[in-house]
Design a protein around this ligand. Sequence first.
Ligand SMILES: [Zn+2]
Length: 60
Amino acid sequence: MDSIPEPRGKFVKVKCPDCGNDQITFDRASTQVTCLVCGATLVKPQGGKAILKGEHKTVE
Ligand SMILES: [Zn+2]
């Protein structure tokens, strides 16, 4: 059986600064993540790690 590679990076819950929607995303997203409710940018990829907008915390 193939082993499953360890995931790199963590999932984080980001609170949209515009509408307050909580959204789960990846802290090393390679693409921009937008709020599903209002369309605001929540995560912006930059140089291998992502810039997280608004409040965020790691999801255990
Ligand atoms: Zn929003």
